[in-house]
Design a protein around this ligand. Structure first.
Ligand code: HEC
Length: 122
């Protein structure tokens, strides 16, 4: 009986270790595919906005009065938290993009990381 409990415990610990490791591996690959260190406004954030938002939020169309053309334009919506609220579909914000599907996790992750790093003009 003692032996059985011992081996059950052993198996349980194995699963625990494997479980933790595979989580780390997933995290590792997620980070390799979608690095969120030193996110750049010009190289990372700008292209996402250009392809998913600019049709409606350029200075001519400015749907909803929202312009996301220059860094300064975008900063307004960083500071009033509407940029993140709308792309993450948080309650109290209009979900964006208004037409089509939600941005992919990597794009949202990059924009969020850029905002958390102080939304630099880089
Ligand atoms: C098809 C047109 C269209 C697209 C594409 C679009 N928007 Fe909008 N957006 C609108 C309209 C219209 C409004 C104003 C009406 C509303 O708030 O629903 C708006 C409002 C907003 C607001 C204000 C939201 C609020 O709660 O006050 C933000 C921020 C915004 N858009 C950001 C974005 C971002 C970021 C993208 C790209 C990921 C995007 N939009 C894509 C049409 C669009």
């Amino acid at each position: 009986m003692k032996l059985r409990i011992g081996s059950l415990l052993f198996i349980a610990i194995c699963f625990l270790v494997i479980g933790c490791e595979s989580e780390n591996i997933e995290e590792y690959f997620a980070d390799a595919e979608c690095p969120t260190d030193n996110v750049s406004f010009q190289a990372d954030v700008r292209p996402i906005l250009d392809s998913h938002c600019m049709a409606c939020h350029n200075s001519l169309a400015q749907l909803g009065g929202v312009v996301l053309e220059s860094y300064e334009d975008v900063l307004v919506y960083v500071e009033n938290e509407r940029l993140l609220g709308s792309i993450k579909h948080l309650p109290g914000f209009s979900p964006m993009p208004q037409i089509g599907t939600m941005l992919d996790d990597c794009s949202i992750g990059k924009i969020e990381a850029w905002i958390q790093s102080g939304a630099p003009d880089n």
